[in-house]
Design a protein. Sequence first.
Length: 224
Amino acid sequence: MNTILLVEDDTALREGLTELFSRDGYEVIACGCLREAREKLTDAVQLIVMDVGLPDGDGVSLCKEWREAGETRPILFLTARGEEFDVVRGLDSGGNDYVTKPFRMQELLSRVRVLLRGSQVARPVSRGGFVVDRDRMQVLKDGEALPLTLTEFKIVTMLMDHSAVVPRERLLEVLWDDGGKFIDDNTLSVHMSRLREKVGAEHINTIRGVGYQWSDTSSAESSC
Ligand code: CA
């Protein structure tokens, strides 16, 4: 059974989510502040669902602290509308995804499932007819490896790893770090358009002014 560590100080929401997750077959360890979260992150936990605004600090800082200590389990943030939450900072801290309150329970559950799937040791991971083989750094479609460059591979796996929008700034940062050379905004656009030609434009949605989002199925909203 999968175990979720739920960190939320709003009692009603915490109880509601505990019930929701339990009904969906998860074991839930619930708590309401950072101090308790630190204590309750046991080996049994497979995923962390954490509010950003907590009475003794913010969830993003704890996420950063855990990542710096080598923690690799997926972390999903719960953010409140109007609350100070910087998506770039949230994902930079090592968070894997986020939902904004009020959210639909089904949406939260589906994101939790995606994160748990992605964190399973068994790889390759498959999404929307594509199979990602990280050992060989390949993406297969219908059993055939797509002719991706290393940069394109990094972009596409990063998009597939997140069900939320991946901010442009985040992509630019990662590509800078790993590639060892500067990738500017225009170069990223060129990579994105080549990548769209290779994987199918319908799988990569542009969220204007924010970034990009992977789509498992064809979307009418796709644009460049
Ligand atoms: Ca809160």
